[in-house]
Design a protein around this ligand. Structure first.
Ligand code: ADP
Length: 253
C-alpha cells in the first residue's frame, strides 16, 4: 500500500511517502499558507517517487494546519500521529516529549502506539521552539546554531518566564558583557524546566523519546535530561515523527 503522511506545523511542513520499503521525505517552511505548503509537499513527494496521485491509497494529514488541506483523505490529531510514529521507531517507549514550533506535549503510550494520556502547552510560547527562535534572533543567530554554542558549565539562569520579558533580559545580559554560551545554556534550561514540569505533572514513565524540531538541539536535550533525571532517546529524524505516524496510518499500518 502506498500512502502519504503530512504534518503541517506552525514552522515547518513535513511529508513522508511510504511505498513498501521505499520512503521519501520532504520538509518545507509552512509560511503563510499551510494549504500551499501541504500541496507543494505532495507534489514534491510524487515527483521524487515518480508516482501519480492515483497510485496513493490515502493522504493523512496532521498538525496545526491540517484543517487547511481539504484535499487530504483523513485528518488525524497530532497526539495520535506522534504516538504512532514513535512506536514504529521505538516500540518500547512509554513517554514521548515533543517540542515543536508553537507547542509542547507529553504523551503516555502503551503497546502498539496506543495513546494512554497526554498534556499539552499551546497557550504560551515559553517552552516551545518559538521561544528559542525569538531568543536566537535577539542574539543575531539562527536557531540551528544554539545547540553547539551553549556553555552549560557557565549556565546563566534566565529569570523571566514570559518570552517578551526573557528577550529583554537576555539583551540586558549581553549588554553587561556576559558570555553568550552561558546565556544560551540558560535558555535551554528555561525550556527544560518548563517542559520538565509538564512531564512530571503527567508522570514520567521510561523509556522516553524526545521528538519535534527542538529535539535537534542537543542543548535542550541536555537540559531536559538534567531536569527530569532520565536519558532521552532522540530519533535521527526527530522532526518527522508526526509525519511518519500519519504516513503509516495512510498505509493502514
Ligand atoms: P512545527 O510542527 O510546529 O512546525 P517542528 O517540530 O517542525 O514544529 O519544530 C520547529 C522548531 O524546531 C523551531 O521553532 C526551532 O526551534 C526548532 N528547529 C528547527 N530546525 C532546527 C535546527 N536545525 N536546529 C535546532 N532547532 C531547530
Amino acid at each position: 500500500m502506498i500512502g502519504i503522511g503530512l504534518d503541517i506545523g506552525s514552522v515547518a511542513a513535513k511529508g513522508i511517502l511510504l511505498d513498501g520499503d521505499e520512503e521519501y521525505r520532504v520538509l518545507l517552511p509552512t509560511g503563510w499558507s499551510p494549504r500551499g505548503a501541504g500541496e507543494a509537499i505532495i507534489k514534491e513527494l510524487l515527483d521524487l517517487s515518480s508516482l501519480q496521485r492515483t497510485d496513493l491509497h490515502q493522504i493523512v494529514v496532521t498538525g496545526y494546519g491540517r484543517v487547511a488541506l481539504s484535499s487530504a483523505d483523513q485528518t488525524v490529531t497530532e497526539i495520535k500521529c506522534h504516538a504512532r510514529g514513535v512506536s514504529e521507531l521505538y516500540p518500547e517507549v512509554r513517554t514521548i516529549v515533543d517540542i515543536g514550533g508553537q507547542d509542547s506535549k507529553v504523551i503516555h503510550v502503551g503497546t502498539n502506539g496506543k495513546v494512554l494520556d497526554f498534556a499539552m502547552n499551546d497557550k504560551c510560547a515559553a517552552g516551545t521552539g518559538r521561544f528559542l527562535q525569538v531568543m536566537a534572533t535577539a542574539m543575531g543567530m539562527d536557531v540551528s546554531e544554539l545547540g553547539q554554542n551553549e556553555d552549560a558549565a557557565q549556565t546563566r539562569t534566565i529569570n523571566s518566564m514570559c518570552t517578551v520579558f526573557a528577550e529583554s533580559e537576555i539583551i540586558g545580559l549581553r549588554a553587561q558583557g556576559l558570555p553568550i554560551g552561558g546565556i544560551i545554556a540558560g535558555l535551554h534550561q528555561s525550556v527544560g524546566k518548563r517542559v520538565g514540569a509538564m512531564a512530571r505533572r503527567l508522570g514520567i514513565k521510561e523509556p522516553i523519546a524526545f521528538t519535534g524540531g527542538v529535539a535537534i538541539n542537543a542543548g535542550v536535550k541536555r537540559a531536559l535530561e538534567e531536569e527530569i533525571g532520565c536519558s532521552l532517546l532522540v530519533p535521527a529524524d526527530c522532526q518527522f515523527t508526526g509525519a511518519l505516524g500519519a504516513a503509516l496510518l495512510a498505509c493502514n499500518r
